[in-house]
Design a protein around this ligand. Structure first.
Ligand code: NDP
Length: 320
């Protein structure tokens, strides 16, 4: 074995709630986990201002603060947390090979994938500006809807997520305007019926977002464009929710792991196991339904327990 190749018992890829929870459990099980943080240390939560729905924080906590605490907890048990981006894997043989930053090669007994998913945005400059300012643009109604109680919001998208989030927002907000770019929904009929039958949801078909309007600090409205007539309309709103889908960060695994049509890793139901022995998945990389910090943390725990049991069973065979 070349000197540049490192061998680790448990490699964790990703540093969101799933990855750090897996690290806490793996470290406490003497698996000496090494965790690579990826390009966005802390994951999606670092783009969230206030987290009020993670149990144990009665006064709420900011996303970055929560991630720093999770990292500190993982390091308290001697998780080796490293900067680095996993660029390539080879899960074809008995040893799982992982390359970091395109150069460093690591051989792993177990791998826990916690690479998460990335919310899609429209890409408008004004949308990105208020997203970065934390001034009223969000891709998670369950996370941020509460801040817009009794206010007027706009949501873009026409899939199941958009319908679910519009319905969720309708229970908190005075009015929800839904922007649908075609003349029909993509969502299932039952979800579509739910939004159509909700009094304070207005649906605008054939409508695109032209601009997110604001005062330089916070969102004050949305300018829409009817893509048939070209008519521009300004809708007053304090919140702009984007629900046009997520992209799981799983491209580097596609040659080895079973993925669904969107790219989510398919796990053995009720477990964190993938189709490759010794490779486990946790968090949003395998979850298009719940996508919450607390569910990601829960599956991170499952992945570490599954990995530990897998190693224990292998060692029992060696010693038999
Ligand atoms: P989808 O890909 O199903 O829908 C994305 C929606 O966003 C589409 O309506 C699409 O429009 C619209 N869209 C995409 N880009 C733009 C854009 N640039 N401007 C305006 N609109 C845009 O994603 P979802 O997140 O809704 O769902 C993902 C998967 O998860 C689906 O399989 C869904 O069924 C599932 N899911 C299930 C739930 C449940 O069962 N409770 C809840 C949530 C999701 P268009 O239709 O024109 O392409």
């Amino acid at each position: 074995m070349s000197e540049t190749i490192e061998h680790v018992k448990c490699l964790i890829i990703g540093s969101g709630p799933a990855g750090y929870t897996a690290a806490i459990y793996a470290a406490r099980a003497n698996m000496a986990p090494v965790l690579y943080q990826g390009t966005q240390p802390g994951g999606q939560l670092t783009t969230t201002n206030e987290v009020e729905n993670f149990p144990g924080y009665p006064d709420g906590v900011t996303g970055p603060e929560m991630m720093m605490q999770l990292q500190a907890q993982a390091q308290r048990f001697e998780t080796d947390v490293r900067d680095g981006w996993v660029t390539k894997v080879d899960f074809s043989g008995p040893v799982h090979k992982v390359w970091v930053n395109g150069t460093k090669e690591v051989h792993c007994d177990t791998v826990i994938i916690s690479t998460g998913a990335t919310a899609k945005y429209l890409g408008l400059e004004s949308e990105q500006k208020y997203l970065k300012l934390g001034g009223g643009v969000s891709a998670c109604a369950v996370c941020d809807g509460f801040f817009y109680r009794n206010q007027e919001v706009v949501i873009v998208g026409a899939g199941d997520s958009a319908c679910e989030e519009a319905h969720y927002l309708s229970k908190l907000c005075k009015k929800v305007t839904m922007l649908v770019r075609r003349d029909e929904f993509r969502a299932s009929k039952i979800m579509e019926a739910r939004v159509r039958n909700t009094e304070n949801i207005e649906i605008l078909f054939n409508t695109n977002t032209d601009e997110v309007l604001g005062d330089g600090q916070v969102v004050t409205g949305v300018r829409t464009k009817n893509n048939i007539t070209g008519a521009l309309t300004e809708i007053p709103a304090t919140g702009f929710f984007v629900a046009i889908g997520h992209k799981p960060n799983t491209d580097i695994f596609k040659d080895y792991l079973d993925l669904d049509e969107t790219g989510y890793i398919i796990n053995v139901p009720g477990t964190s196991r993938t189709n490759v022995e010794g490779v486990f998945v946790s968090g949003d990389a395998a979850d298009h339904v719940y996508r919450q910090a607390v569910t990601a943390a829960g599956t991170g725990c499952m992945a570490a327990l599954d990995a530990e049991r897998y190693l224990a069973a292998k060692e029992a065979v060696v010693h038999a």
